[in-house]
Structure formats: structure tokens, C-alpha cells
Design a protein around this ligand. Structure first.
Ligand SMILES: Nc1nc2c(c(=O)[nH]1)N[C@H]1C(S)=C(S)[C@@H](COP(=O)(O)O)O[C@H]1N2
Ligand SMILES: [Mo]
Length: 322
């Protein structure tokens, strides 16, 4: 996501990514050669930490056919280039700062228009649902994408346990608010806590994933541990991280980005190459990790998942409900 003043707009996302990789390469080389003085110790430590410490394995895993044939983005790229404003607005801030997030114990409160409101803990989420591997492309609104072997299960399987009533037309999600652990929340970059929402039929769609891991391991904190959404046909900002609350609602919830910049970020946020962001085109994207000379790729309607999800939006004007 970008919150940019007009003066900054010319700096394109690809430049950001190339600079980012170059800087990280330099930091790593410097660390290898033992030159640290001029760089400051913090980035050196975290560069080493991010590549060395992997998360706990997540088993058993049911492999699925989702995404077979897509070229996967490397673990290093997926876990070092992140958007997680709770830890800062820079792409490397989450990898540098998110190790302080305590993900045990962790509970999700489920409330609102449902017959069986309550709480569910992360241990029960990990043991009570069959964890599948699904390779999904995540397409960020900033015109980059990555392909991730996510671990998780259909969001609807969890939602059903709480017995939403017929008044539940939408479902809202909330990220943890704890500035002690999430230093980005000390600043007003967003209206905390981060919230997202889906229409009920979108949330119940089997493709909508509640994710607990990636590459066969528990989610790294910077990717939204211990549990996050992955909605593969929508722009990345809908895929809310580190969820602590779910609420069924009758009316459309006011979600963070939509509320803040309604002309730029809609509630639906379906990936749609026909509808440009007011400040840049959505027709193409870069794949993270492919290198700056590899060129752009055509973005597909609903991020390539049109066969599965187009029916949810039949009869809707998608340039109005973007
Ligand atoms: N709580 C929270 N969730 C969030 C964000 C955030 O800043 N805070 N950023 C979103 C955006 S803009 C994107 S593109 C994806 C990035 O997920 P990744 O870092 O695992 O690639 O997370 C989304 N979920
Ligand atoms: Mo994003």
C-alpha cells in the first residue's frame, strides 16, 4: 500500500523493489565481510536473523491441486519484503521488528450476528482443522505479486462453527492492537486497529483461506502470525494479518483502507485489470524475486481465479463497486 504525497508518485514500485534488494544485498555482503561500523548494528543483526531462523514445521499437510504449475516465490523474498504497517511502512520494517510479536497464547474472539459467539485459540485452530497446502498468487494493489505455498484451510469452515444468523450479511476482521509489540501503532499512519471485511458469500467461498503457515512451516511473524486471511482474487490489503477478532454484521463494515482513501481503495478490492488505481495502472504486475529485467506480466481478472469467483459478482458494475 502507498500513502504518497503527489511529489512522491513518480517513484514507481519497481524502483522501490530494486533499491530494496540492492540495499539488502549490500547489508548481507557487509555482514559476511564483517564490515558493520558504518551501517549500524540493527539492520545487520536482523538481516542475519531473517535468513537463519526458520519457523516451526506445520504438519500434517494435505497437498491440494491449487496453483500447481505456478512458479513459487522464494522463502527469503516472501519473508523479507512485506506490508505490515503495525511494524512500520517500509518493506523491510516487518522482518526487522516483528520478531517481538508474541503469538502464544493467541485467541480470536468471534461475535456479532451469530448463534454461538465465543473464542477460539490458536492451538485449536491448528489441531481442529485439516491444514492444507494451497499455492496462491497474492497480487498487491501496488502492482507486484508473489506466489506462495500457503498453509491453512477454508475460512468458511471456521465461520460455520459460530453459526452466523440470517442477519449476518458481512464479516469483519480485526488485527491485534498493542503498540508495545507493534511500534508502528504509535504513529497515525493508519486508523488502528487494522480492519478488513468480506461479504458473507465471499467469506464462505472455498477459495477464501485462513492461513496458519507457508512453505510447510508456521507463519513467520512478518507474514501475519499466527493466523491471517489470504483472499487470492482480491488485492493484498484484504488479506488481514494477525487476526484477534471476527464479527458478523448486518451492514458493510468500514474497513481501514477504504475508510481512509475511498477513492483509491474500495470495499471489494477485487483484482481487476480494467479498473486502474487513480494513480497507476492495474493492467500489469511484477513478480517479486524475478529480477528487474524480467519484465511485467499481464494481470488477470480476479487474479486468475475468475472461473471460481466471477459468479459472486454477477450483475454488479465492477467499476462502481471496485
Ligand atoms: N494487519 C495488517 N494486515 C495487512 C497489512 C497491514 O499493514 N496490516 N498489509 C496488507 C497488504 S497491503 C498486503 S500486500 C499483504 C502483504 O502480505 P505479505 O507481507 O505476507 O506478503 O498484507 C496485508 N495485510
Ligand atoms: Mo498491498
Amino acid at each position: 500500500m502507498l500513502i504518497k504525497k503527489p511529489a512522491d508518485i513518480k517513484s514507481s514500485e519497481i524502483t522501490d523493489y530494486a533499491d530494496f534488494k540492492q540495499r539488502r544485498y549490500f547489508i548481507k555482503q557487509a555482514a559476511l565481510l564483517g564490515i558493520g561500523a558504518g551501517l549500524g548494528s540493527l539492520p545487520l543483526q536482523s538481516a542475519a536473523k531473517n535468513t537463519d531462523s526458520r519457523s516451526r514445521p506445520l504438519k500434517p499437510l494435505l497437498k491440494t491441486s491449487y496453483g500447481q504449475g505456478l512458479k513459487q516465490t522464494s522463502y527469503d523474498d516472501i519473508t523479507s519484503y512485506n506490508n505490515f504497517y503495525e511494524f512500520g511502512t517500509g518493506k523491510s520494517d516487518p522482518a526487522d521488528a516483528a520478531h517481538n510479536l508474541k503469538t502464544r497464547p493467541w485467541n480470536i474472539v468471534v461475535e456479532g450476528e451469530c448463534e454461538a459467539p465465543g473464542e477460539i485459540g490458536i492451538e485449536e485452530i491448528l489441531s481442529g482443522f485439516v491444514q492444507e497446502e494451497r499455492i496462491y498468487r497474492l497480487r498487491c494493489v501496488e502492482a507486484w505479486a508473489m506466489v506462495v505455498p500457503w498453509v491453512g484451510f477454508s475460512l468458511g469452515d471456521l465461520l460455520k462453527r459460530f453459526k452466523p444468523t440470517s442477519r449476518a450479511k458481512y464479516v469483519m476482521f480485526e488485527t491485534l492492537f498493542d503498540p508495545d509489540q507493534m511500534p508502528g501503532q504509535l504513529r497515525n499512519t493508519l486508523d488502528w486497529p487494522y480492519t478488513e471485511g468480506l461479504r458473507m458469500d465471499e467469506a464462505m467461498h472455498p477459495l477464501a483461506l485462513l492461513s496458519t503457515g507457508l512453505y510447510g512451516e508456521e507463519l513467520p511473524n512478518q507474514n501475519g502470525a499466527p493466523v491471517r486471511l489470504v483472499i487470492p482474487w482480491k488485492y493484498g490489503f484484504k488479506s488481514i494479518k494477525s487476526i484477534v477478532k471476527i464479527r458478523f454484521t448486518e451492514t458493510m463494515p468500514k474497513t481501514t483502507w477504504w475508510q481512509m482513501q475511498p477513492k483509491e481503495y474500495g470495499f471489494y478490492a477485487n483484482v481487476n485489470p480494467q479498473v486502474d488505481h487513480p494513480r497507476w495502472s492495474q493492467k500489469k504486475h511484477r513478480n517479486i524475486g524475478e529480477g528487474i529485467f524480467s519484465g511485467k506480466h499481464e494481470t488477470l481478472m480476479f487474479n486468475g481465479y475468475a472461473d471460481e469467483v466471477a459468479g459472486l459478482y454477477k450483475g454488479m458494475d465492477l467499476s462502481k463497486y471496485f
